[in-house]
Design a protein around this ligand. Structure first.
Ligand code: ZN
Ligand code: ZN
Length: 367
């Protein structure tokens, strides 16, 4: 039976090795028999195609023989291609680090190849993990949200162990060759899977790829390199943040194991309301009462903005409910490039408790 392996993988004949590998991983993920909608036959076909196209030498042969190329089996031992004979016996060399990246790309591909077990086998120390991200709530004042502020944060979190400085080794302990990887920093293991036997290589879980290991674990953290403690630090809240906003502060999450990266801190911001100002995104909203006379004849009035006092001209014949805009007197955008406006709604006070003379005058005017 002749097959077009390029069609099977859905790639062009001119595809690069990388494109072929990606196509294979994507399809392997899609058709894996353990998955919902997975197809055993299709999966085998994909694998067979990759056995050929994924190997530069075999691909050349296939290209040369074209449609007459007789599948993986066609190149039996007699022609010296026994190595990739059958699906069940076919051996593959997969570099775990390589797959790790691609696995993330295709979401969950790692499951197929059992990364979990390769990285965290029983009785082994796991590889150093980056510290977790943490979330905390912070309440700030209205004007702090408008203009930004420096705030102190106190949090109980995983921090770097002070005794060992995060290395996990007892200070002064002898540094020895790692017994797990014999100093290579990499470990290999062979797994029997649906793809045949897969030899995987990963960085050594005992020494985290260093090849060296301390003779004694830190007595304070038992080798973890981290400890739980209260951390106090200052953070900069950017101008323009609003109630319900979330700020990412890189490097202020939890410490990682044995010096691995630190996570990030996410601050969920609550803003205390102001008794003077309301806010609509980057605009400040206020109301201002003016007298009937000011509305009718016009006037200059003083408006309190978040940036200080500003004079506003009320034109003659202003109606109650009219909104005036003070440009650029609002909230700075978090991007720092723009600034909102201050919008004032004027409310005209209708005169009450007029004396007799005032009433007469109004009547006389007919308004
Ligand atoms: Zn320690
Ligand atoms: Zn090691």
């Amino acid at each position: 039976m002749s097959k077009d392996y390029y069609k099977v993988l859905g790639v062009e004949k001119t595809a690069t090795a990388d494109e072929i590998k990606r196509a294979f991983l994507k399809l392997a993920h899609q058709y894996h028999p353990d998955k919902n909608g997975g197809k055993d036959d299709k999966f085998k076909e994909i694998n067979e195609a990759y056995q050929v196209l994924g190997n530069a030498e075999k691909r050349k042969q296939f290209d040369q023989f074209g449609a007459n190329f007789n599948g993986a089996g066609g190149f039996g031992g007699g022609q010296g291609y026994g190595g990739f004979g059958g699906f069940q016996n076919g051996g593959m060399n997969i570099n775990m680090d390589d797959l790790g990246d691609l696995g993330e790309m295709f979401g969950g591909l790692g499951d197929i190849f059992g990364f979990g077990s390769a990285r965290g086998g029983q009785g082994r120390r796991r590889e150093p993990q980056r510290g977790s991200d943490i979330e905390a709530a912070m309440t700030i004042d209205f004007l702090e949200a408008v203009f930004g502020a420096e705030k102190e944060v106190t949090l109980k979190k995983k921090i770097t162990c002070a005794h060992c400085g995060g290395t996990g080794a007892e200070p002064g302990a002898k540094i020895e060759e790692c017994p797990t990887c014999k100093g290579h920093g990499r470990v290999r293991r062979v797994q029997q899977t649906i793809l045949g036997s897969i030899q995987t290589e990963a960085s050594c879980p005992s020494c985290g790829g260093e090849g060296k290991i301390a003779s004694k674990k830190c007595s304070e953290c038992n080798g973890a390199g981290t400890a739980y403690d209260t951390a106090k630090f200052k953070v900069r809240i950017p101008a323009g943040v609003d109630d319900g906003g979330r700020i990412r502060i890189p490097g202020y999450g939890e410490a990682g194991d044995r010096g691995a990266g630190v996570g990030d801190l996410y601050l969920n911001i609550r803003v205390r309301p102001s008794d003077k100002f309301a806010r609509d995104e980057y605009d400040i909203l206020t109301k201002k009462e003016i007298s009937f006379t000011q509305a009718a004849l016009g006037d200059k009035i003083e408006i309190e903005t978040v940036h200080g006092k500003v004079e506003l001209k009320i034109p003659e014949g202003t109606q109650s409910g009219t909104v005036f805009k003070l440009k650029n007197k609002g909230v700075p955008h978090t991007s720092g490039r723009n600034i909102g406006d201050h919008l004032i709604e004027v409310v005209v006070k209708t005169p009450k408790n007029l004396n007799k003379r005032q009433k007469e005058s109004l009547k006389e005017l007919g308004i």
